[in-house]
Design a protein. Structure first.
Length: 240
């Protein structure tokens, strides 16, 4: 397996993941839109609606990347903070008109050691980022810590298609083609080898729900999007 600095490995050494995302930051959003046929925008909208945000609530968008998901959340009228540990992604986001217009703060943060006080947020979101952290249970516990009692969690992530035919097509055809699709639009197409591998290694919908439950969240449930290629998991922090 490649060990080039802009190609992370599945053991998810933080500096490798950070360097990889720094390397793809410049064309990250356009590459995502090209590779998903525009579905990335549909998934962001569905995730915002899943959180059922109200004006004035405080929301953390963890692993926000360039902040397009944070800007989407801001449409709810909530006060939204984007956080990511890739400075390259944050810098790229700050230069985009969409993020500047939304006026959302973007801050550097490690998902395993969040720089926020206990019970700071009414809701926490992580979209297509939990799969990249080195310690998923610890990240889920940190998100729980910074969420108020009764507050909400939403995780939008690649998942497992719900039918045998879709699973075969997705894992055997689509994921193998990802690096080739990325070659025309990505600034570092090799990084999308890691993307495909990390999706294959990720737990299915039930497996992620169990991780969420084990971290202390209650009532985890999920909604499949695009036949289960993506799923939105939701859960709540206990009141006591």
């Amino acid at each position: 397996m490649s060990t080039q600095p802009n190609r992370a490995r599945l053991d998810k050494k933080p500096h490798e993941v950070q360097q990889m995302f720094d390397g793809v930051a410049r064309r990250y959003d356009i590459t995502n839109t090209v590779m998903t046929g525009g579905l990335d925008r549909v998934w962001r909208t569905a995730t915002r609606k899943a959180l059922q945000l109200k004006a004035g609530q405080r929301v953390l968008d963890l692993a926000c990347g360039t902040g397009v998901s944070t800007a989407e959340l801001a449409k709810s009228g909530a006060y939204c903070v984007g956080a990511d540990f890739s400075l390259g992604m944050l810098r790229a986001g700050m230069q985009t008109e969409r993020v500047r217009r939304a006026a959302v703060p973007l801050v550097a943060a490690d998902a395993l050691h969040l720089p926020f006080a206990d019970q700071s947020f009414d809701a926490v979101l992580i979209s297509f980022g939990l799969r990249n952290v080195a310690d998923v249970p610890q990240a889920l516990r940190e998100m729980l810590r910074v969420t108020k009692p009764g507050g909400r969690l939403a995780i939008c992530e690649f998942s497992t298609p719900t039918t045998t035919l879709m699973r075969r097509a997705y894992f055997d055809v689509v994921l193998k083609a990802l690096p080739h699709l990325a070659a025309s639009s990505a600034s570092n197409a090799e990084a999308y080898d890691y993307l495909a591998e990390s999706i294959r290694a990720w737990p299915d919908q039930q497996g992620l729900a169990e991780l969420i439950d084990d971290a202390g969240w209650i009532s985890p449930q999920w909604r499949n999007l695009t036949g289960g290629i993506v799923a939105i998991h939701r859960a709540t922090r206990p009141l006591v």
